[in-house]
Design a protein. Structure first.
Length: 245
C-alpha cells in the first residue's frame, strides 16, 4: 500500500482550548481506518482539518504527497477528499435524483469552462451509477425527505460517491440507525473500500471491530494508540480511557 494522507504536527485551538494537539497521522491507500475516542477527544476536529472544513492553528496536511493545508474544502473535494456529515445534509425538498445530480454536476463541470451545459444523458448515467452502488436504484423520483432515515444516510453516501472520492470520510455513519440498517451500511462500506479508502469516526465498537483494518484512538486531542482492532481492544490505556475497563 502507498501513503494517501499524512498530517504533521496538526493542531487546532479554540479560544485557548487545544482541541487537537500536534497530531501526526498516516493513512495508507485501501485502508478502512476508524477513529474512536470519548466525546471531546478531537476526532471531528481532526477530520474537519483533513477535509478543509476548518483551518489548523498549526501543522500540515499532505494528500498524495501534495501539501493541501491551505486549500478550501471544495478544492480538496476536487482532489478526491470527500466528507459526509454526522447529521444528514441532504436537500429534503428535492428528489433523490436531484440530490445526487447536484453533486455529480458540480464534479463533471469542474474545469469545463468552455461547456455551457452538461449532456443530460451523461449526468443521468452518473447519478444512476451512484444510486445503484448504495442500493437505491429505483428511488430517484422520490422526495428525499420522504425516505426513511436509513435511506437518507444511503442517499448522502450516494452524493459523496458522485464526487468520485479517493478518500471518503464518514462521521458517525451508523448513528440513529436500526440494527438491520447498520448491518446493511457495514456491508456497503466494505464493498466501497475495494475502490475507495475509508476514514470513519464511529462510536459503535461492534462496527469498528468488524470493519476497520486499523484503528486510531484519540483522547484529549492526542493520539492515544493505533493498531489493528484486536491490538487496540487489548491496549490497557484504551481499556481505561475509552472502554472503561
Amino acid at each position: 500500500m502507498t501513503r494517501l494522507l499524512e498530517t504533521t504536527g496538526l493542531s487546532k485551538t479554540f479560544d485557548g482550548l487545544e482541541a487537537v494537539r500536534r497530531v501526526d497521522f498516516r493513512l495508507e491507500t485501501g485502508e478502512i481506518r476508524a477513529i474512536i475516542g470519548p466525546n471531546g477527544a478531537g476526532k471531528t476536529t481532526l477530520v474537519s482539518m483533513i477535509s478543509g472544513r476548518i483551518s489548523p492553528t498549526s501543522g500540515r496536511v499532505l494528500f498524495k504527497g501534495k501539501d493541501v493545508t491551505g486549500l478550501r474544502a471544495w478544492d480538496r473535494v476536487a482532489l478526491g477528499i470527500v466528507y459526509t456529515f454526522q447529521v444528514t445534509s441532504i436537500f429534503k425538498n428535492l428528489t433523490v435524483f436531484e440530490n445526487v445530480a447536484l453533486a455529480a454536476q458540480r464534479r463533471l463541470m469542474t474545469g469545463a469552462l468552455s461547456r455551457l451545459t452538461l449532456p443530460q444523458r451523461t449526468l443521468a448515467e452518473h447519478v444512476q451509477a451512484a444510486l445503484a452502488q448504495v442500493g437505491l436504484p429505483d428511488a430517484g423520483d422520490r422526495h428525499a425527505g420522504s425516505l426513511p432515515y436509513g435511506h437518507q444516510k444511503l442517499l448522502e453516501v450516494a452524493m459523496a460517491l458522485a464526487l468520485k472520492p479517493e478518500l471518503l470520510i464518514l462521521d458517525e455513519p451508523t448513528q440513529g440507525l436500526a440494527p438491520e440498517e447498520i448491518a446493511a451500511l457495514s456491508r456497503l462500506i466494505r464493498a466501497l473500500s475495494r475502490g475507495v479508502t475509508m476514514l470513519l469516526i464511529e462510536h459503535n465498537m461492534a462496527v469498528v471491530l468488524e470493519l476497520a483494518t486499523k484503528v486510531t484512538v484519540m483522547d484529549k486531542g492526542d493520539i492515544l494508540a493505533e493498531g489493528t482492532p484486536s491490538e487496540v481492544e487489548a491496549h490497557p490505556d484504551v481499556q481505561k480511557v475509552y472502554l472503561g475497563l
